[in-house]
Design a protein around this ligand. Structure first.
Ligand SMILES: *[C@@H]1O[C@H](CO)[C@@H](O)[C@H](O)[C@H]1NC(C)=O
Ligand SMILES: *[C@@H]1O[C@H](CO)[C@@H](O)[C@H](O)[C@H]1NC(C)=O
Ligand SMILES: *[C@@H]1O[C@H](CO)[C@@H](O)[C@H](O)[C@H]1NC(C)=O
Length: 414
């Protein structure tokens, strides 16, 4: 490479500030050395030492440390063969304009990451992106839910993968938030955001596959009709949220439910609305009990399927409308009930409970007294006193055991 005079670097630095967009549209800047893998133009002249680099591969644009305050409309025009654009770690960017990503027909992935000062992505920011199958907006400061309504992705074969994470200033998912992304099924990973609620019809018009809402610590409420107009989801993860209930409608196709570390989720929706559930991971063992009990009571379909397969076919022919998929398949639920968390109360009747407490109190108090009296008397123990001591200790242990049971019973009833 021909050595570059200092002045050219300064010029480049200036032009980098004033006209950075050129960096995205030119093929290879004459000043940079372009290898097939990457070309990096550095604006070393700026005293902030900020680095503007456009890594250029034929398939990839990676834009980091951009000294821009906004990504303007049509910023990526001309990148017709680029399949992936990543904008990250650019502290100055505050706004992504309308039509910033417009009609990029090869673009499959967009990542917008670690831009803490990004406040808004204007309506129509993602427009006409037929090949798009991965969109990630993580760790930004956006205050309005981004608009996806004009995206019109045509992903086939694959799921569309949408990731929204660490956007702490988003406080709700509005109605029809995901409409227009694609007609195909969508895998949504919406984690660790600031959401407090998910509104009615939030997922209207989407074909949900998996929905991960893990780690949205402030999420207290999913509206009853949030899944209205959507199909799916088949998997829902609401771990580490502050949810108190799950919606009663719209979870009919749910196969996997994960609700770990959700201490406020004390009641589950009616189990009739979770007919297809196969795997549940919940916080409280008692919920597993509820599932198991319910399935035992409604085992009509299972009896039927356990019978003869040919019978099943007969029924299918006679009552084609009868949904045999209703038949509960194998069902797993964790945590399993254990000795201290059985499905029933430890002490089933109040009479039993009262007697247990009574005996506990007498056994502990009485034997304790005997032991204390015998041991603190300064006379030497004779044989019968030693035996009494021994007996009192054994009975005290019995009393403590009863206390343990009574206490666990009290705890489990709470
Ligand atoms: C895009 O790819 C096509 C075919 O692979 C090629 O003919 C065309 O020159 C490329 N355009 C650009 C701007 O790279
Ligand atoms: C749900 O989406 C449909 C179009 O898919 C629309 O016509 C309807 O108004 C939406 N419902 C609500 C409550 O927004
Ligand atoms: C199923 O039914 C057929 C005839 O109805 C009978 O021959 C067969 O033994 C049955 N099989 C079982 C597993 O019950």
């Amino acid at each position: 490479m021909v050595p570059v005079p200092q002045t050219v670097w300064v010029l480049l630095a200036l032009s980098g500030v004033l006209n950075v967009r050129s960096c995205w549209t030119f093929t290879c800047p004459s000043i940079c050395e372009c290898s097939m893998k990457s070309d990096t133009c550095s604006t070393n002249g700026r005293e902030t030492g900020e680095k503007l680099s456009c890594t250029r591969e034929t398939q990839l644009r990676r834009l980091i440390h951009l000294p821009l305050t906004e990504v303007s409309s049509n910023a990526f025009r001309g990148l017709i063969n680029v399949s992936r654009i990543e904008i990250s770690q650019s502290d100055c960017i505050r706004n992504i304009r309308n039509h910033a990503f417009l009609s990029l027909h090869s673009l499959a992935e967009i990542q917008i990451q670690n831009i803490r000062n990004l406040i808004s992505i204007e309506k129509g920011g993602f427009t006409d992106l037929p090949r798009l199958r991965y969109l990630s907006i993580c760790n930004t400061g956006i205050i309005h839910f981004p608009d996806f309504s004009t995206m019109s992705s045509l992903v086939i074969l694959d799921n569309f993968f949408l990731e929204l994470g660490d956007n702490m200033h988003l406080d709700s998912i509005p109605a029809n938030a995901f409409q227009g992304i694609t007609e195909e099924s969508v895998y949504m990973k919406i984690i660790k955001n600031g959401f407090k609620e998910i509104r009615s019809h939030a997922f209207n018009g989407t074909n949900l596959d998996k929905l991960i809402l893990k780690g949205n610590r402030y999420l207290r409420n999913i509206h009853e009709d949030a899944f209205e107009g959507a199909s799916g989801p088949t998997m829902l993860d609401v771990s580490s949220t502050a949810l108190h209930t799950l919606p009663r409608r719209g979870l009919g196709h749910l196969k996997v439910l994960i609700a770990r570390s959700t201490p406020y989720l004390k009641t589950l929706p009616p189990l009739e609305s979770l007919l297809e559930l196969e795997v549940a991971e919940v916080t409280y063992p008692s919920h597993c009990c509820a599932f198991h009990t319910w399935r035992r009571k409604h085992s009509f379909y299972r009896d039927l399927s356990a019978d003869n397969v040919t019978d099943l076919y007969d029924i299918n022919l006679q009552y084609p409308d009868l949904q045999l998929s209703l038949c509960p398949g194998p069902f797993q639920c964790t945590p399993e009930p254990d000795a201290f968390n059985p499905c029933e109360d430890l002490l089933g009747y109040s009479f039993l409970r009262a007697v247990t407490w009574l005996i506990t109190v007498f056994a502990v108090a009485g034997n304790m007294t005997v032991l204390i009296v015998l041991i603190t008397s300064h006379k030497k123990l004779n044989v019968s006193q030693f035996l009494m001591c021994n007996l009192a200790f054994a009975d005290l242990c019995m009393g403590l055991y009863l206390l343990l049971i009574a206490a666990m019973d009290y705890h489990s009833r709470k």
